[in-house]
Structures are given as C-alpha cells and as structure tokens.
Write a protein that binds this ligand. Structure first.
Ligand SMILES: [Zn+2]
Length: 315
C-alpha cells in the first residue's frame, strides 16, 4: 500500500556528484535506491520526479551574483566553486538546480495536501550560504524551502533539525537572528571537524536568543551519547510548537565514515525520524521534509537512509 510519503529520486538528482574520486560521488543515490528496493520500500512511497528550480526560485535564498558565478563555472566546467572543497563540472548548475527544485516541488505537494512527508536522499545542502558555495554544497535547498514557506505560504515558525556530522552553518548563520527559525543540530565538535562552528554557546542572536540549540559531540561518541542529546532536541523543539519540520539526516555521523569521527548506528537516524514524525503530527499537521545530507560510505548511507524511509512510511 502506498503511504502519504513522496520520495524524490531520479537521474537529475543522481547527477549531483563531483568527479575524480571526490567523496560526494554520483553513486550515492544508486546505493540508497538499490537497498530501498531490496527492502520493498520503493513500493510503500510514491516516487516523484526531480525538477529544476528556476532562477526566480533560487533567488529566494541566494544572491544573484552567486547564481551567476555557478552559471559561469558550470559552462567552463573546471576549477572550484569555493575555496577548494567543491569542484565545478560541466552541468553543475543544472544538477544543483535539480536539488533545489525538487525540494520546492516536495514542499508544494506537502502544502497542497497531496503528500504528508517527503524524503529526498540527494539534498540537504546545509553549508551553502546566500552568497557562496561551501563544503560540497552549491545551492542551499533547505534555505529555499524556508524562504518559500514564509513568502508563499505564510508559515513562520519552522523547525530545522540536523543530525549530519557537520554543523549546519549555512542555515544557522542565515537565521541566527530569526526567532521563528527553531534550530537543533547534533554534530561532531567543530574543534575536530569542518566547518569548525556550532559550539553549545551559539544559541541565537538578539530576539532569537535561545531558539537555537547546538550540541557538539566528541570524536568517538556513539548511540548512547546521541540518544541523550536527542532528548534535549525533542524538549527544545516541543517548547516552540513549530508549524513545519525539516530534517537533514546526514549519514556521515555513522561509524566508519571516511570524513568524520562519530560512531552512530542507523538506529540513531531511525529514532530521530520516528520522533519527528510524531512531533510533526502534534503541532504541524504532520508536515515533515527529510533530506539525505552527507554520508561518504555507501553501505552506511544505504542503511541509515532506508531506516529513515522505513520510519516515514510506517505511520
Ligand atoms: Zn556532513
């Protein structure tokens, strides 16, 4: 039986990946999809086709000069989009626009009532800033969803939750002074890992003081530490009664990721998803969008993300 869950997979999203042995490779979506099909999860969600974001849609979060820059580098097809983490390749504009556009398509379907929850494995580009690419992230699809929720749907109070091993700095600093963006991020301590931010003292600025929760974890921490942190996340989120939930479920926080040093199991991602499904039902009419984020060991992302999807289709 189909559930009310939309799953965004397809060639346009699969093409978001960097060449020549880069950890963010083009085979990540395929690894997830093969495992999802093996478990029969593909039959329990509605598969939706990716679409490209228009320039107008990208401008909701990004500065025009950033879009122009990506367009130029995409045509040239070489060099870097940032300081050296995020290579350009021919067609990177289209690939990044597919990530952002699919997120907006998912949002519209949720807001119209056609779907209750979405999962987009290739998505959750939480390092991209309004004016620049960073950390494998070209366009910030999450920021696009937040801006569109406000501009088009009048939804103010949005919960952004991030369990990727890296701090979600692109979202955190874009909304640091925004009291209606309720933020919770569990990540490896920035003293040991890119991007170096997200200390527990960073709780929001001005009016937004207290609306942001950063929980850095020590290298080597596993499920026990995560589950304890997660209780604080749930308490934080519940106190603000958000109208909409977004989860960035990066699988690079699992044990054995080649870029990071936490030791979670897929049970952490399943547990986080399950509780957010429930919280969304309590205060947000069930509205929850989940994005795959990072994860650079294929077996890890396949097990973490199928665990996420299994929770999304369970309800
Ligand atoms: Zn990451």
């Amino acid at each position: 039986m189909k559930s009310e869950v939309l799953l965004f997979v397809g060639e346009a999203l699969g093409s978001y990946g960097f060449p020549e042995g880069h950890p963010f490779s083009v085979d990540r979506q395929g690894a997830f999809w093969a495992e999802a099909c093996r478990q029969g999860l593909d039959r329990r969600a509605t598969v939706a086709s990716p679409r490209h974001a228009s320039r107008e849609e990208l401008l909701r979060f990004h500065e025009a000069r950033h879009i122009d820059w990506v367009e130029t580098r995409s045509r040239i097809g070489t060099g870097y989009l940032d300081y050296g983490d995020t290579p350009a390749f021919p067609g990177v504009l289209e690939a990044a626009a597919a990530v952002a556009g699919s997120a907006l398509e998912g949002l519209h379907r949720v807001m119209s009532g056609a779907a209750r929850r979405t999962f987009q494995p290739i998505g959750g580009m939480h390092h991209a800033r309004r004016g620049r690419a960073a950390g494998f992230c070209v366009f910030n699809d999450l920021g696009g969803v937040i801006e569109t929720l406000r501009a088009q749907y009048g939804v103010r109070r949005i919960a952004y939750v991030d369990i990727d091993v890296h701090h979600g700095d692109g979202i955190f600093y874009s909304y640091e002074a925004d009291p209606d963006l309720v933020f919770a991020d569990v990540h490896e301590d920035g003293r040991f890992l890119y991007p170096g931010t997200g200390s527990a003292e960073e709780t929001g600025r001005g009016e937004a003081e207290g609306t942001k929760l950063n929980i850095p974890m020590a290298p080597g921490d596993g499920d026990r530490e995560f589950f304890a942190a997660w209780e604080r996340v749930v308490e934080h989120l519940r106190s603000y009664r958000p109208e909409f939930f977004i989860l960035q479920a990066g699988a690079d926080s699992l044990a054995g990721d080649p870029l990071a040093h936490l030791a979670l199991s897929p049970a952490a991602h399943a547990h986080a998803t399950r509780t957010l499904v429930d919280l969304a039902e309590e205060t947000a009419q069930g509205r929850l969008m989940v994005f795959g984020g990072g994860g650079y060991k294929l077996a890890n992302l396949a097990s973490a993300w199928t665990g996420v999807l299994a929770e999304l289709v369970r309800a």
